[in-house]
Design a protein around this ligand. Structure first.
Ligand code: ADP
Length: 431
C-alpha cells in the first residue's frame, strides 16, 4: 500500500469525502422519489388541460381558432395530417425533434417533452397530429449550468476548508512525532508544543511530563553514581596508607594494584562528571581547526596502526574551547586506534565544511560496532562487549564525554559503523 494511504490525515479526509457523497446520494434519492410522486398526481391535470386546448381549436382543427389561442397564450400551434397542414408560426420555429424526456400521457395519446427548456406536447387526432409549443418561461439550460458551476465552486471551497480543518486538528500529531524522534536521539530536553484542550493536546502535555520525569530520573542516577564515587575516594586513600605500613608480600602487591585500578576508575568518573558542567565553563576563542587536529593527532603518532591526516583545508577560525575540543577529539581517535586490529590501515582524519558546520571525520577499519549497539555507545558506562575491557581498558565514558563537550558547543556527533568493517565518527561544530 503506498505510504500516502497509511496517513491518518488522508484516511480522515477520505472518510469525510465518502460521507459527503453518501449524504448527497441519500438526498438525491429522496428528491427523486418525491418528484416521482408529484409527477404522477400532476399528470392527470396536465392531460385535462391539453384536452381543453384541443377542444378550443375545434373539430376539425381550425387555424383561426388556433391563432386566437396562440395570441392569447403565447404558444405556437401546428397541425399535420395527410390532407391538411397548418401552423400559427413559421415552421422553422418549431423543434425538429424533441430531445429531452419524451414521455407518454394517457396511454400514448399525448406525448410530452421539453426542448431547450420549452415544453412541447404532441396530441394524436383521428388522422393527424397537433403540436403545442409552449412559450419559454425560464432558461433551464443556462440556469442549470450556472447552478452547476456554483455548486462545483462551493464543493471545492468546502473540501479546501475540510482539508485545512483536519490539518489543524492533527497538527499536534506532527509535533509529537518530532518529539518522539528527538527523544529517541537522546534529546530529553525537547518539549513538544501544546495548543488547545483536545485529546491530542492532552497527549502532548503528558508526553512533555514524561520526558521531564525521565530526564530527572537520569539526572538523579548520574548524581548518585558521582556522589558514591566521590565518597569512595577517602576510604581508598586510607586503605592505601594502611597498606603501606604492612610488611611486603605478594598479597600486598595485588591489593595495591586493585586499589590503583579503583582510583583510576573513580578519577575517570569524576572527570566525566565535571564535563556535565562543561557548557557553563567553555572558554571560547577563535581556533584554527586544522592546527588543532594536527596537534591532537601528533599525540598518537606511536600508537599502532597509526594516524593519517587527509589534506586539511584552511577553514575560517571557529569559536570554541580548544582544550575541551581536543579532549573530545582525543577520545575519538583513541577509540579508533583501540578498536583497530593489527592488520588495519591507519586511522584517517579529515576536515571539511558542510552547510553551517565544520566537520571532523575520524574513520577506522577496525572491529566496528554491531547495529543494535550503535544508538547506545554515547550513553555513559555503555560498552559494546564488556569482555573487550580486558584488552582495551576504558569504562564506557569516552564517547559520552565527547558528546557532552561537542553539544555544549552547539554541535553534534554522528557515528556510522559496520560490524567487522570499521567505524566513522563525525564531529560537527557550528562554523
Ligand atoms: P570505552 O572507554 O569503552 O572505549 P567509549 O564511550 O569510548 O568507551 O565507547 C563506548 C563503546 O563503543 C566501546 O566500549 C566500544 O565497544 C564502542 N566503540 C567506540 N568507538 C569505537 C570504534 N572506533 N570502533 C569500534 N567500537 C567502538
Amino acid at each position: 500500500m503506498p505510504k500516502i494511504f497509511s496517513s491518518v490525515f488522508v484516511k480522515l479526509f477520505a472518510i469525510l469525502v465518502a460521507a459527503g457523497i453518501g449524504i448527497n446520494l441519500a438526498i438525491l434519492l429522496f428528491i427523486g422519489s418525491f418528484r416521482h410522486h408529484l409527477s404522477t398526481t400532476y399528470e392527470s391535470h396536465l392531460a385535462r388541460y391539453i384536452d381543453f386546448l384541443v377542444q378550443e381549436i375545434g373539430e376539425p382543427p381550425d387555424l383561426q381558432r388556433a391563432q386566437r389561442l396562440a395570441t392569447e397564450t403565447g404558444m405556437k400551434i401546428a397541425y399535420d395530417s395527410p390532407s391538411r397542414q397548418w401552423a400559427t408560426h413559421p415552421r422553422g420555429e418549431f423543434p425538429e425533434q424533441v430531445c429531452h424526456h419524451l414521455f407518454n400521457l394517457q396511454d400514448g395519446r399525448i406525448q410530452a417533452g421539453s426542448y431547450h427548456g420549452q415544453h412541447v406536447f404532441y396530441v394524436a387526432r383521428d388522422d393527424g397530429r397537433l403540436t403545442f409549443f409552449l412559450p419559454k418561461t425560464w432558461d433551464a439550460d443556462r440556469k442549470i449550468k450556472v447552478f452547476g458551476l456554483i455548486l462545483l465552486l462551493g464543493i471545492t471551497l468546502l473540501l479546501a476548508a475540510v482539508y485545512f480543518a483536519i490539518r489543524r486538528v492533527l497538527k499536534p500529531l506532527r509535533g509529537l512525532e518530532e518529539g518522539v524522534r528527538q527523544v529517541a536521539q537522546g534529546r530529553l530536553g525537547h518539549q513538544v508544543p501544546v495548543q488547545g484542550r483536545d485529546e491530542l493536546s492532552a497527549l502532548s502535555r503528558s508526553f512533555n511530563d514524561m520526558t521531564r520525569q525521565i530526564a530527572l530520573l537520569i539526572k538523579a542516577k548520574e548524581r548518585l553514581v558521582l556522589d558514591v564515587s566521590h565518597e569512595l575516594r577517602s576510604p581508598l586513600t586510607r586503605s592505601k596508607v594502611a597498606l603501606a605500613m604492612l610488611p611486603e608480600s605478594a598479597g600486598k602487591q595485588s591489593l595495591l594494584e586493585d586499589i590503583g585500578e579503583m582510583e583510576a576508575k573513580i578519577a575517570e568518573l569524576l572527570e566525566s562528571a565535571r564535563a556535565v558542567g562543561v557548557k557553563a565553563e567553555l572558554k571560547r576563542v577563535p581556533t584554527d581547526l586544522a592546527e588543532l587536529i594536527a596537534r591532537t593527532a601528533a599525540g598518537f603518532k606511536d600508537r599502532p596502526p597509526g594516524v593519517r591526516l587527509a589534506e586539511l583545508p584552511q577553514l575560517p577560525p571557529v569559536s570554541l574551547d580548544p582544550r575541551q575540543t581536543e579532549r573530545a577529539l582525543r577520545n575519538i581517535i583513541d577509540n579508533a586506534l583501540k578498536y583497530s586490529v593489527p592488520a588495519s590501515p591507519p586511522v584517517r582524519i579529515a576536515l571539511h565544511a558542510r552547510e553551517a558546520f565544520a566537520v571532523i571525520t575520524v574513520s577506522d577499519r577496525g572491529i566496528g560496532i554491531p547495529r543494535a549497539d550503535l544508538a547506545l555507545v554515547f550513553e555513559p558506562f555503555y560498552r559494546v562487549d564488556p569482555s573487550r575491557r580486558a584488552r582495551t581498558g576504558g569504562y564506557g565514558l569516552g564517547l559520552s564525554l565527547a558528546k557532552t563537550i561537542v553539544e555544549a558547543h552547539g554541535g553534534r556527533i554522528e557515528i556510522d559503523s559496520v560490524h567487522g568493517e570499521g567505524t566513522t565518527v563525525r564531529i560537527l561544530l557550528p562554523a
